[in-house]
Design a protein around this ligand. Structure first.
Ligand SMILES: Cc1cc2nc3c(=O)[nH]c(=O)nc-3n(C[C@H](O)[C@H](O)[C@H](O)COP(=O)(O)OP(=O)(O)OC[C@H]3O[C@@H](n4cnc5c(N)ncnc54)[C@H](O)[C@@H]3O)c2cc1C
Ligand SMILES: Cc1cc2nc3c(=O)[nH]c(=O)nc-3n(C[C@H](O)[C@H](O)[C@H](O)COP(=O)(O)O)c2cc1C
Ligand code: SF4
Length: 402
């Protein structure tokens, strides 16, 4: 995902300038307009799309029919495709749950239209609502925030992960093109659900971050990674992150990147030879925050896919983030984080402690609906906190079962 769209087109362009046979540009071309631009610029004679067509086999048809806004784009997460292949499993796709299972799943019109209520506008709820509506059900989607997207939106500020937001944008575009009702800024509760009186309820209420039981965790210097990534909180200069899984490491990337040269500034300074390459490299790699991640297991980033983990590790190293494994957070004081490492307890002096200790299902509503005479389906993180691939797959399968 850290490879920008069209990132390797310069190679095709270089080859094209020295050969007389047709040249195809490849990699990270995930939208017809990107392909058109490459061809228009004469950088290549043709373009290829591999993952782009796994994500949406209908991409060419949608482009031809003027419905490019309904394309489900490949976001280069590699979670469904390369990560699966490298582990000897068949390829599938985060945004296209049918990929690789085309014979198993067919989206057929519903035998009879039902009144379907979907609670939660994260990826699981949006996919469920979209699919149920496409099958002919009468769907209402309720989201308590004033925006759709759920946790997907927390990737927006993480360098190299911004494309994850495209997953939300594509689902929103498809939802808006449908005939369903979307209610934003309203928290679904038993009373509201009773009033709507649905035939089926899809509970896609997601998860919320865990606050670990560490003495001092309620201190002023403690902040949840989710709040930071949502732009609702900030940190001091010296930061320790508790938890070295994907969210902890990506939060470290976000913080360590602050104060480094932006792509625009780098381009400007380099094009005008304003600074030496050595100075630019230093400015690119050194931010304003000193970031440490503590992880209690032997290895950080265990929940990151094989094809992505090494890029995250490389970026953390480049940005000078210190990752301490087999290190347990045991206490928080105004001076910093107390850690237990190799049998001794020491203080990691810091201004802010960021918590990235996993998430817990937000499914209290499902229990309260047990007496309702409607079919109840719990999907995504509300069932068990996992990832967007599972959330989208479960939302899709739930809608197919209705
Ligand atoms: C920083 C970060 C990065 C991540 N990166 C990745 C990644 O790269 N790849 C990946 O696969 N996964 C990633 N994940 C995990 C992924 O985002 C989640 O697994 C996924 O969003 C779960 O989808 P969901 O729809 O089940 O829940 P959520 O995304 O949590 O959505 C639930 C929605 O329900 C709403 N809601 C809750 N209760 C109510 C109610 N009573 N009424 C109305 N609305 C309600 C919430 O406001 C929310 O919008 C990441 C998570 C985080 C935090
Ligand atoms: C499921 C899958 C299988 C692939 N198999 C091969 C292969 O056998 N040989 C090869 O050279 N490239 C293979 N690729 C790589 C693609 O040809 C392409 O170079 C790569 O996915 C980058 O382009 P994209 O961004 O359009 O996906 C495969 C890609 C995917 C997603
Ligand atoms: S799993 Fe991710 S990278 Fe692979 S095709 Fe789907 S969106 Fe693209």
């Amino acid at each position: 995902m850290c490879v920008p769209r069209q990132g390797y087109v310069y190679l095709a362009q270089g080859i094209k300038s020295v050969v007389s046979v047709p040249v195809l540009a490849s990699n990270r071309i995930n939208d017809p307009s990107t392909g058109e631009e490459i061809l228009r610029n004469g950088a290549a004679d043709m373009v290829t799309m591999a993952r782009g067509l796994l994500a949406d086999p209908d991409l060419p048809n949608k482009a031809q029919e003027g419905k490019s806004h309904l394309i489900y784009h490949c976001v280069a997460c590699n979670q469904g495709c390369f990560d699966s292949i490298f582990q000897g499993r068949p390829a599938t796709c985060l945004v296209n749950p049918i990929a690789g299972r085309e014979a198993e799943f067919k989206s057929r019109p519903a035998p009879e239209p039902k009144k379907v209520l979907v609670i939660g506008g994260g990826p699981a709820g949006m996919k469920a609502a979209c699919t149920a509506s496409e099958r002919g059900h009468n769907v209402t989607l309720i989201e308590k925030e004033d925006r759709l997207g759920g946790q997907l939106l927390l990737n927006r500020l993480i360098p190299g992960r911004e494309e994850m937001e495209t997953v939300a944008v594509d689902l929103i575009n498809n939802l808006k093109a449908g005939k369903l009702e979307i209610i934003l800024g309203k928290e679904a509760d038993e009373r509201l659900i009773g009033e709507i009186s649905p035939d089926a309820v899809v509970v896609a209420t997601g998860a919320r971050p865990v606050l670990p039981d560490i003495p001092g965790v309620d201190g002023q210097n403690v902040v949840q990674a989710w709040d930071l990534l949502d732009g609702r909180a900030g940190t001091g200069e010296k930061v320790v992150i508790v938890g070295g899984n994907a969210v902890g490491l990506e939060t470290a990337l976000y913080l360590a990147n602050q104060g480094t040269l932006s792509a625009g500034a780098l381009h400007f300074l380099m094009a005008n030879r304003a600074e030496s390459i050595e100075t630019l490299t230093e400015l690119l790699n050194k931010g304003i925050k000193e970031v440490t991640v503590v992880e209690m297991t032997k290895k950080a980033g265990q929940d990151i896919g094989l094809t992505t983990r090494w890029t995250v590790t490389g970026e953390l190293k480049r940005l000078g983030v210190q990752v301490m494994t087999e290190t347990r957070a045991v206490g928080i004081t105004p001076e910093g984080l107390e850690i237990e490492r190799k049998g001794s307890i020491v203080l990691l002096a810091s201004d802010s402690i960021v918590i990235a200790a996993g998430s817990r299902s937000e499914n209290a509503l499902a229990d309260k609906l047990k007496d309702l005479s409607a079919e109840i389906l719990v999907v995504g993180d509300a069932k068990t906190p996992r990832n967007a691939l599972e959330a989208i797959r479960e939302g899709f399968e739930a809608a197919l079962s209705l």
